[in-house]
Design a protein around this ligand. Structure first.
Ligand code: MGP
Ligand code: SAH
Length: 342
């Protein structure tokens, strides 16, 4: 079937009944069309070449030790940006509202960072004492968590990412609330959950692993024929989602569902299991085309401390009319499950 036009539609409303029993759909209300359109127009301060450009007044004096300027280019203008990053640069103030003050991103950071308003929304939901940001990247989520949590343990296995995250957190004035840990989350989680000594209690683990690059939408192709229902858009049990364009009958489009097996560095189920060994309260940031049956299957009764009645909440993260990602909340983070907190 020809791929004609991709239309952004919520798949959550059309979930089969058996999935609706375990997943609660929430549409993030934090970001409205108006707010998205109201992107600030700023005069970028400097026309000098981007590489090794030293910004004046970036960080307060006491935070100079965290200044990572020069580690990656800072782009002040679109003409400095490589073509393949231009689309992300155009959204720079959605990524970091303080971008022009000197926020730094490397290549992966540009396409992976959680936009600030979405990160703030997730952080509000994850409000707690101590949170682990298992894949902190350039700090989009870690900075937001530092506004709502007492302590953030921000892990990444890339020293460059950690330096950029620390720099950005200093710009936002929250660096003192974050412990930056250079580690492989898999090793870190195993060590933490098996250690017997005194350790800090972790309330929440946030997972935002690599999805497999910019072309994640085309990974794990679909497997077989869809089920159709009368609603107009459909999700199937077998990896196919079809979205109907009401304007033209022939405008059926096929979109691949994303499989947890594509996540790095491990299958998403294994990452989830590791997180659940640390705490039942887990937030999992996933592609907008994630196969929700797989999410539902993460909570199998008797595994990972899951009870018969545990529900998962799936929050759609929209910016204006664009669905960006899904956040899946487990344990006491899911609506109606406050009783799971001690
Ligand atoms: P996207 O689909 O690449 O961007 O990512 P966009 O602007 O929707 O592009 P389009 O081509 O579909 O129009 C959407 C959002 O997902 C980004 O804003 C990031 O927050 C997040 N994101 C993207 N990737 C590739 C990753 C990733 O690998 N890991 C994580 N944790 N987040 C990602
Ligand atoms: N939420 C982040 C983006 C995360 S992108 C933000 O808003 O900025 C995923 C990150 O996972 C990358 O920075 C990558 O370096 C890191 N990563 C990949 N494998 C890892 C591992 N095994 N342990 C810890 N971090 C890892």
């Amino acid at each position: 079937m020809a791929r004609k036009k991709q239309k952004q539609t919520s798949l959550l409303a059309s979930l089969p009944q058996e999935l609706r029993l375990s997943l609660t759909a929430v549409k993030s209300a934090a970001i409205t069309e108006d707010e998205v359109e109201a992107e600030p127009q700023r005069d970028e301060p400097d026309e000098r070449p981007a590489k090794r450009r030293k910004l004046d007044t970036i960080l307060p004096l006491s935070y100079e030790k965290y200044d990572a300027t020069g580690l990656v280019p800072f782009y002040a203008n679109a003409n400095q940006v490589p073509n393949h990053l231009k689309k992300y640069f155009a959204q720079r103030y959605r990524l970091f509202s303080r971008y022009s003050e000197g926020c730094l991103l490397d290549e992966e950071g540009w396409y992976s960072v959680t936009p600030e308003r979405i990160a703030d929304q997730i952080a509000e939901r994850c409000r707690c004492d101590t949170i682990i940001d298992a894949f902190c990247g350039v700090g989009g989520n870690a900075i937001a968590f530092a506004k709502t949590c007492e302590r953030v343990i921000a892990i990444d296995n890339s020293p460059v990412k950690l330096a950029l995250a620390r720099h950005n957190a200093a710009l936002y004035g929250v660096v003192d609330r974050i412990d930056f840990v250079l580690a492989d989350f898999v090793q870190f989680a195993k060590a933490l959950s098996s250690s017997t000594g005194r350790k800090r209690k972790i309330d929440v683990v946030f997972l935002s692993p690599p999805w497999g690059g910019v072309n994640y939408q085309s990974l794990s192709p679909s497997k077989s024929t869809p089920n159709l229902d009368s609603a107009g858009s459909h999700i199937t049990n077998n990896g196919l989602a079809f979205i109907q364009d009401n304007d033209a009958e022939e405008d059926w489009v096929q979109s691949n569902e994303y499989g947890l097996a594509n996540l790095k560095p491990l299958h998403g189920k294994e990452l989830f299991n590791l997180a659940r060994r640390i705490t039942p309260h887990v937030a999992f940031f996933l592609p907008r085309n994630q196969d929700l049956q797989e999410v539902s299957d993460l909570v199998t009764m008797g595994q990972n401390g899951a009870s018969e009645t545990e529900k998962i909440e799936v929050e759609e993260e929209w910016m204006g009319n664009k669905l960006k990602a899904l956040t899946c909340y487990f344990g006491g983070l899911a609506e109606g499950q406050d009783h799971l907190w001690p």
